[in-house]
Ligand binder design. Structure first.
Ligand code: C5P
Length: 250
């Protein structure tokens, strides 16, 4: 393989996040150790964090993994500020929070992440992909989901956050709104030919990168594969193809 091909593969690895959605912390630890070397980050979500607590993060860190802590924080600014400090002290690389927590919550969170040394990157969730226009109406939002997502994306940008979580199908529009500097992180990734499961707005790894995603979150296509390492390697190869595609073709 050419050194350009190798560096594109390494670049792909850094951008792939594996969602450690396992029932037990023990299994998450074992699978994290096996699959960790093939991905840039391991995602610890609410369920695993509630079961395994900060210890699961410490254990995975000790195994050499970078951690994406997906807790989607949404609370008063003071509480989120302190939670951000705790995540930074655990050595987490990415932490999610709801942009709808408002400007002060976002600004305090970002200021705290910087005060803690700047290694923690905050990613804002805009509108959950599980909410439709009717749901938004019922919780008192007037805007349609797309307009609301763009509004919240700008709020996160103004607060100086590192990036956003959005579906691969929104990436082009969100990118046009926030510009090139924010990291866009997309779940709902399905390798070509794989099972879609309950995800509705899916994209394959290549299309997600070509649309402008920076980080891809993948769970079940790796977790449920007969050979998870082979599945991760297949995704990396698809990603490498996109990373080697000259910009003009994208
Ligand atoms: O298994 P799958 O690849 O669908 O997992 C994707 C991960 O991304 C899960 O941990 C899920 O909670 C998360 N996620 C998602 N859709 C969103 C936001 C987050 O699937 N809109």
């Amino acid at each position: 393989m050419s050194s350009q091909g190798e560096s594109a593969l390494e670049e792909a690895r850094k951008r792939l996040i594996f969602a450690l959605d396992y029932d037990s912390p023990g299994e998450a630890e074992t699978r994290g150790r096996e699959i960790g070397p093939y991905v840039g980050c391991l995602k610890v979500g609410l369920e695993l964090f509630i079961r395994g607590g900060p210890q699961i993060v410490r254990t995975l860190r000790a195994q050499g993994a970078q951690i994406f802590l997906d807790l989607k924080l949404h609370d008063i600014a003071e509480t989120v500020d302190r939670a951000v400090a705790s995540a930074a002290q655990l050595g987490v690389t990415y932490l999610t929070l709801h942009a709808s927590g408002g400007p002060r919550m976002l600004e305090r969170a970002q200021a705290r992440a910087e005060k803690e040394g700047g290694h923690l990157k905050l990613l804002a969730v805009t509108v959950l992909t599980s909410l439709d226009a009717q749901d938004l109406e019922r919780i008192g939002y007037r805007a349609d989901p797309r307009a609301q997502a763009e509004r919240l994306a700008l709020l996160a940008k103004e607060a100086g956050l590192a990036g956003l979580v959005c579906s691969a199908q929104e990436v082009r529009e969100i990118r046009a709104v926030v510009g090139p500097s924010m990291l866009l992180c997309t779940p709902g990734i399905r390798p070509t030919g794989s099972d879609v499961g309950d995800q509705k707005r899916v994209a394959n790894p290549r299309d997600a990168l070509l649309a402008g995603s920076d980080l891809l979150v993948v769970g079940r296509p790796i977790r449920d594969a007969a050979d998870p390492i082979q599945a991760a390697q297949g995704i990396l190869r698809e990603m490498r193809g996109a990373l080697e595609t000259p910009r003009a073709e994208a």
